[in-house]
Design a protein around this ligand. Structure first.
Ligand SMILES: Cc1cc2nc3c(=O)[nH]c(=O)nc-3n(C[C@H](O)[C@H](O)[C@H](O)COP(=O)(O)OP(=O)(O)OC[C@H]3O[C@@H](n4cnc5c(N)ncnc54)[C@H](O)[C@@H]3O)c2cc1C
Length: 475
């Protein structure tokens, strides 16, 4: 079928094997998770991915001897499902968490010049764990800091199960709770734009409340940040493939599914060029627009709603300098178009100089700008932020554009996101865009994969393996 590495060892001899077949369409984090979960429960699984690699929206590629990620990815300690996934593929040590939340925030738009602040937590119980960090955060006035504290407590009191939260926008809620434009820029959007991929005014209060409540107001360590110290492809492609292989999943890349259908006995057929696969269960773990095109008639009450889910872009700006210009692993910036900057030198395999990746979320205005324009905009900004960049030679400058990086977390999006089950028996949905309660993140993708597997296992008469859902207990 493909020239991808095959892993279709016979599974029939496995004693606990169910004799049931499942096809998972889409090899992003949602599809990989689903495939692992089903295989671990004794289902014979084929995973089909259209591209030449696994990992979906979180991948790496080669450029002039460097291994480059399409976009910087981070996760938080509260992302218990993604952490479970990292453990499952034996990759946790390659994407460690900070011991304690500590985000350097550099403001270059101050009368006195540059000013460094930190968003930090300490070991006190919630919400006191953020108290000292907030009290010493220099980018807000004393009065603004006090009002941030009051808004955080009001946010903590919101009931995430209240469906009306999703009809309101976060920006209006913040303003109604005494937050100045500066507080929104220097605190709420600093975190929110990176996690929601939208500014507060464009974001659903429900999703924003979910992020801030879970990340900042649940456990003291919930917002500690983790990120891959290796290329994303090492985790989401190589190690994921290894885990799938040992779980007995047959993985086919460069294999695009063109249609799915069911016969009168309820058995599914999955069509790929040159072959039809038969299955008892099919999980569509593809982006929402692709899912819409593949869904058979009647599978969802209102399939058109999927097309109402918008998308939002993320731009990454990559700069290779001839010397070290940044001495921290990462920082966030204020008073400049630059948002978050990560040092990717070691991960990329660069031997001399330094490679920085700028992660620019909600990049609607810039996603189609020519490289030359972005170069003219961002190199001087980096010089403002990092004095050492002023005398440095830029060896390479390039950008990666993900126009549909996430679904747009706009007010009202919650009612458009379907759950894992469809009306067609044996057909399930997964993907960060499904109804996980999370914004479009790796966490949401993994959670959706677990939910889809769980639903499919129920229908296939298989018990869910306990270890699979261990993260729910850790949550
Ligand atoms: C630049 C960028 C930065 C991001 N930053 C973060 C971050 O910091 N933290 C975070 O948690 N999340 C981040 N995200 C979001 C995160 O990457 C996604 O939410 C997650 O990877 C989505 O996984 P998924 O499996 O749901 O979907 P996808 O990754 O979209 O996977 C779907 C797969 O289906 C395949 N496919 C589609 N149609 C077919 C077909 N017909 N047949 C076969 N295969 C098909 C696609 O090729 C794709 O591989 C970022 C995303 C981007 C793009």
């Amino acid at each position: 079928m493909t020239d991808g590495t095959r892993s279709d060892e016979p599974l029939a001899d496995t004693p606990e094997h169910s004799g049931k077949d499942a096809v998972v369409v889409g090899g992003g984090l949602a599809g990989i998770t689903t495939a692992l979960a089903l295989a671990d429960a004794g289902v014979r699984v084929t995973l089909l991915e259209g591209r030449p690699r696994l990992g979906g929206l979180a991948f790496s590629f080669q450029r002039d001897g460097l291994t480059v990620d399409n976009g910087q990815h981070v996760y938080l300690r509260c992302c218990t499902a993604y952490r479970w996934f990292l453990d499952r593929i034996e990759g946790a040590a390659l994407a460690p968490l900070q011991d304690r939340l500590d985000v350097p925030v550099l403001d270059v738009d101050r009368p006195e010049g540059r000013r460094l602040g930190r968003l930090r937590r300490d070991a006190l119980p919630v919400p006191l764990h953020l108290g000292r960090g907030l009290a010493t955060y220099p980018h807000l006035s004393l009065a603004e800091r006090a009002r941030v504290g009051r808004a955080a407590l009001a946010l903590k009191g919101l009931d995430l199960a209240d469906p009306t939260l999703d009809t309101q926008d976060f920006g209006s809620w913040l303003t109604a709770h005494g937050q100045s434009a500066r507080a929104i820029e220097a605190l709420w959007d600093l975190v929110g734009v990176a996690t929601l991929n939208a500014v507060a005014g464009d974001a659903s209060l429900g999703l924003a409340a979910m992020v801030f409540k879970t990340g900042l107001l649940s456990e003291p360590g919930a917002a500690d940040i983790g990120w891959a110290r290796v290329p994303l492809g090492e985790l989401h492609d190589r190690l994921a493939r290894k885990a799938l292989d040992s779980a007995g999943v047959r993985t086919e890349v460069r294999t695009r599914v063109t249609s799915i259908s069911t016969d009168e006995n309820g058995r599914w057929s999955v069509q790929v060029p040159g072959e039809t696969l038969a299955a008892d269960a099919v999980v569509l773990a593809v982006p929402h627009r692709e899912a819409h095109d593949l869904l058979p008639p009647g599978a969802l009450d209102a399939p058109g709603r999927l097309l109402e889910i918008g998308t939002a872009p993320i731009l990454n700006v990559h700069v290779v300098y001839d010397r070290t210009v940044l001495t921290r692993p990462f920082f966030a910036a204020l008073g400049t178009p630059v948002q978050w900057v990560f040092d990717r030198t070691e991960a990329s395999g660069l031997s001399g100089g330094q490679y920085l990746a700028l992660s620019q979320s909600a990049a609607h205005d810039e996603i189609d700008e020519p490289v030359a324009v972005l170069r003219e905009r961002y190199l001087p900004e980096l010089e403002r932020l990092l004095p050492r960049a002023r005398g440095a030679e830029v060896r390479d400058f390039f950008v990666t554009r993900e126009r549909t990086a996430t679904f747009a977390p706009t007010p009202g999006v919650g009612r458009l996101r379907p759950g894992a089950r469809t009306k067609a028996p044996g057909l399930y949905l997964a993907g960060a865009w499904t109804a996980t309660g999370w914004p479009a993140t790796m966490e949401s993708a993994v959670r959706s994969g677990v939910s889809a597997a769980d639903a499919a296992l129920g229908a296939l008469g298989r018990t869910r393996p306990r270890h699979l859902f261990a993260f729910e207990e850790a949550a």
